[in-house]
Write a new protein. Structure first.
Length: 380
């Protein structure tokens, strides 16, 4: 972190402590966001990403700020309707949501063996792998394999993922696994009898009014899409094509990556999750089950698809223990503190023009801390 960032981050320590907000806070439009704006502007000026959008919701009120530019060679300023490649936010906004609704509808049992739904998920030890283990990254599957170099079709990619041998006994190791989520994609498409993109569009995004979120962005969205990498595999700057190579091999539609969306839409999603977490008995119980730390592997911060705050993580130090969130490789993050009815969205294309950019990752936690400190000060 640069000296400029450090000076601004020190403002966090001068602000209020991380106590809960008062019951009737000042509207977000009257909050002093200048320290947060200065931090983001400074980080982008120093090369953390070409541009970024920070969006906050609290008690249904919103603050959205876009900084920088759409791409390294595109001077347009991003904003709340700019569409970004969400990368691994797909795992929570997409796959975990679809899994939660499948459990709610009686189509999926968390502690059932994966083989009940996907007989081709075969091999030594795999009979003990449950749906819960896949969601909590405790299945024993390896993190990754280059499906995009091995498979010629979506079906072949799914078959390779299902046939990949375990690298540790189920439930014994915390290993973040894209392959496990790809296997779950196949499970969900089997129980729903439709592709994941179609289910989410019909059952989640359309009902919530998330009109700028989905797989395989249409041509009408192109002018609003932030470019990602000058990709050496595909030989071009990607815009509206999923950045993740294995997701591309799956036709752009997978549970681990592939979603595109805007900050405005992700605030809508965060508000929906907050309402469910605080809502009626049945939906509250299920969303809390998916977003609580599972403790399948001692020391793991994993919930079901979601992550939970941990020292040194992207959530920072001030969100409550009930918080849940995730990050994405392209420079995205979403953290939700349901007790405070607070959601923090950060979208960027830090991989444009190259993924070899280490400046972005430290910024997420600093921004989250400064947002919470600003709102805590605001509520005094």
């Amino acid at each position: 972190m640069s000296h400029g960032w450090t000076a601004i981050a020190l403002l966090i320590q001068a602000c209020a402590s991380s106590t809960d907000f008062v019951a009737d806070p000042v509207p977000l439009t009257r909050t002093n966001w200048q320290p947060v704006i200065a931090l983001l502007d400074s980080a982008l000026a120093e090369g953390a990403a070409p541009g970024a959008v920070l969006a906050v919701t609290r008690n249904g009120e919103r603050f959205i700020y876009g900084s920088g530019q759409l791409g390294a060679d595109e001077p347009q300023r991003p904003g709340g309707t700019t569409i970004y490649d969400l990368a691994s936010l797909t795992k929570v906004v997409g796959l975990a949501t679809a899994a939660m609704l499948a459990v709610e509808r009686g189509l999926l049992v968390l502690d059932a063996p994966v083989q009940r739904y996907l007989p081709e998920f075969a091999g030594p030890g795999k009979q003990a792998v449950t749906v819960r283990m896949l969601l909590a990254h405790a299945s024993g599957l390896p993190a990754w394999r280059p499906l995009y170099q091995e498979a010629g079709t979506r079906e072949e990619a799914f078959a390779l993922a299902a046939g990949t041998p375990l690298v540790s006994p189920p439930g014994t190791a915390d290993l973040y696994s894209d392959l496990g989520i790809i296997v779950l994609t196949r499970v969900l498409e089997s129980v729903y009898q439709q592709r994941l993109d179609a289910f989410l569009a019909q059952e989640v995004f359309s009902p919530l009014g998330m009109t700028s979120t989905g797989y395989l962005p249409p041509a009408a969205w192109q002018d609003r899409i932030a470019p990602t990498e000058l990709d050496p595999w595909r030989g071009r700057v990607l815009r509206g094509e999923v950045h993740d190579e294995n997701a591309a091999a799956l036709g752009g539609i997978s549970g681990h990556a592939g979603l595109f969306g805007s900050a405005e839409d992700l605030l809508t999603f965060a508000e929906w999750m907050i309402e469910r977490w605080n809502g009626g008995t049945a939906e509250r119980s299920l969303v809390r089950e998916f977003t609580r730390r599972q403790n399948l592997v001692p020391g793991s911060s994993r919930a079901l698809g979601w992550d939970t705050p941990e020292p040194g993580g992207s959530a920072g130090t001030r969100l409550s223990p009930a918080s849940f969130g995730h990050t994405g490789f392209t420079g995205t993050s979403l953290w939700i503190d349901p007790e405070r009815r607070l959601g923090i969205v950060i979208l960027s294309n830090r991989v444009n023009p190259t993924r070899n950019n280490p400046r972005w990752a430290p910024l997420r936690a600093v921004l989250a801390d400064l947002v919470v400190a600003t709102l805590s000060e605001d509520a005094r």
